[in-house]
Design a protein around this ligand. Sequence first.
Ligand code: DC
Length: 233
Amino acid sequence: MTFTSNIAIDGYSSSGKSTFAKEIAKELGYIYIDSGAMYRAVALYCLENGIVTADRFDHVKLIESLDRIHIEFSVDPAANKQLTLLNGRNVEESIRGIRISELASKVSQVKEVRWKMVGLQRSIAEKGGIVMDGRDIGTVVFPDAKMKIFMTASLEVRARRRYDELMQRGIQASYDEVLESIRMRDHEDENRTESPLCKAEGAVTLDNSKMTIEEQMKWFRHHWKSANSNNEN
Ligand code: DC
């Protein structure tokens, strides 16, 4: 299977991947897929079904439940916004809080969960024309993507962005709590055994700590042109 027309964007939490990926998708007429939403939906399932409690994470029960977890994407036509469906229910809002972020980081360490998500991501992307963001898209999901981008920004900038996003959504949290949560997730994402976050071979790094979205798009156009001319040679 090849995914040569797709664009893979990996990077740290709150490094601006989704804003950038959506902008790219809009410009190229591609479809944007948020792979992190899938791990978040699994985390929500775990919370709602007693797989995770205050003091316990039942890995065996999670693995046994995988066949009962169905994740799909749909579009809200009124808001032209992606919706994440968990067993047919729109969970887009309920998967965005801090608790789910932390839990998603934990469930994403379970290899059986990763295998299922990667299969799903590949089946969505097999027709091409996809911009997908996550942690292992360029390294594992489609290593032969036309363009691979590795995104980063300073911890403080990312914490500020995440804090602002939570406030906008009306989710209560303190800046320090958000900073600590991102620091912990960075550590978990980079140090897990299964598909840890790292720069894929052939990926270009974008540090957008001090860049506007327009500047990032300028950067993208330049690299996209090179990616296309390299593929023609
Ligand atoms: O991108 P995000 O913050 O919504 O992702 C939520 C969690 O899911 C994050 O802690 C890491 C994990 N994840 C992953 O392991 N692989 C992906 N392709 C996407 C997300």
